[in-house]
Design a protein around this ligand. Structure first.
Ligand SMILES: [Zn+2]
Length: 282
């Protein structure tokens, strides 16, 4: 599930590689991932890519003809660059941008759901596009003061900090790492935090996302792999020893994901309820 560090490294690597390249053609095979119709996708033909940038978990592929391709991977999409063109049998392909040097920029989506999307926007319309316009401030490199951001928040941090309207870029994986690094319970709410906790949480956010990116800067080369080697110490490590205190990492299971934490470091030793079990027992 790509979050800020994964999207950022992809934008950097692909941006370096395709800036200055000319687009020969673009198509959206299978179910149409393109959510806009004016201008038509054919308007990118002949344009030169000027850069690939990230905002939140989205990509902005900017062209020299005043158009921008906005790409949202959702939960299972990948943006990848290949030296050759996709086989028509590649059922994961959602958008193919063919460059005139033979390479192909490809939006692929794994799994059964087809939710990744693309919009072709005029440059003047990009900032007001509804998903971008609704994004909160960037979680990295310089997020705002968390005391201001979360002062009135009554939702548990594990939900609040994944809300892209509140702060942009954090998802399930990195939130487990951030809360563990800050030594704060995922079930605490903004209104429960003291000034020191707000500061720890902000510091941990910058530090953990920065740590991921530093790792990817070393590890990731083109072509971008289907699965990035995420340097996670807590997320999905339930049952393993806590990297800080050595006690057992625990998990709370939800319908489609798992949240991991260290009871000793984060919850004063308390075991949080397993939501899956408590629902069954209701
Ligand atoms: Zn611990």
């Amino acid at each position: 599930m790509p979050e800020l560090p994964e999207v950022e490294i992809t934008a950097r690597r692909i941006g370096e590689a395709v800036s200055g390249s000319r687009i020969e053609s673009a198509l959206t095979p299978g179910i149409n991932a393109l959510k806009t119709y004016d201008p038509p996708l054919s308007a990118v033909e002949g344009a030169t890519i000027t850069g690939v940038r990230r905002r939140g978990k989205l990509f902005r592929i900017e062209l020299d003809n005043d158009l921008t391709l906005l790409v949202h991977l959702m939960s299972a999409g990948r943006l990848q660059l290949f030296d050759t063109r996709a086989s028509l049998r590649d059922k994961t392909a959602r958008l193919l941008v063919r460059l005139d040097d033979g390479r192909e920029l490809r939006l692929r989506e794994f799994g059964t759901k087809q939710r990744a999307w693309v919009k072709l926007l005029r440059s003047g319309e990009v900032e007001s596009e509804e998903t971008l316009a609704a994004l909160g401030p960037e979680a990295w490199p310089d997020p705002p003061d968390f005391a201001e951001l979360l002062a009135d928040s009554r939702r548990p941090l594990y939900a609040e900090l994944r809300d892209q309207h509140v702060i942009a870029g954090i998802g399930r994986s990195w939130l487990d790492e951030i809360l563990h690094a800050a030594e704060i319970s995922p079930f605490k709410r903004g209104v429960d935090l003291d000034p020191d906790e707000f500061e720890r949480l902000r510091d941990a956010t910058v530090q953990q996302l920065g740590r991921a990116l530093a790792h990817y800067e070393e590890a990731i080369k083109l072509p971008i792999p289907d699965k990035l080697p995420m340097p996670l110490f807590v997320h999905r490590r339930n049952g393993e020893p806590c990297p800080r205190c050595g006690d057992r990492l625990e998990a709370v299971f939800y319908e489609d994901y798992v949240m991991c934490y260290c009871p000793t470091c984060q919850t004063d030793g308390k075991l949080l309820k397993d939501r899956r079990l408590s629902r069954l027992l209701k």
